[in-house]
Design a protein around this ligand. Structure first.
Ligand SMILES: [Zn+2]
Ligand SMILES: [Zn+2]
Length: 90
């Protein structure tokens, strides 16, 4: 015999989700540098020195201009480019 699963009492009374308006992430300022949508990202970290850059070239892992770890030619989730890209080294 099959049983129809029963919802617990009150389960249907909760305020439906999905009606709250969330801000569109594309319209939010950058979490790292505070750049407004459409603005260029600003570096939040000091420009790396040559030794650091050599390490990154060697490792093909790099930091973005906000300090996130990215691939040498990559961008972080905030939209900041790697230093190698920013400095025009690759
Ligand atoms: Zn940014
Ligand atoms: Zn980032």
């Amino acid at each position: 015999m099959t049983r129809t699963p029963q919802l617990p009492d009150g389960a249907g009374d909760a305020t439906p989700l999905g009606f709250r308006s969330y801000p569109d992430p594309a319209l939010m300022p950058c979490e790292s540098c505070g750049a407004q949508p459409g603005e260029k990202h600003r570096a939040t970290e000091p420009v790396p020195d040559e030794d650091q850059i050599e390490l990154w070239v060697f490792d093909s892992v790099c930091e973005a201009t906000d300090g996130c770890t990215v691939e040498g030619d990559g961008r972080c989730s905030h939209g900041h480019s790697s230093w190698l890209l920013t400095l025009g080294l690759i």
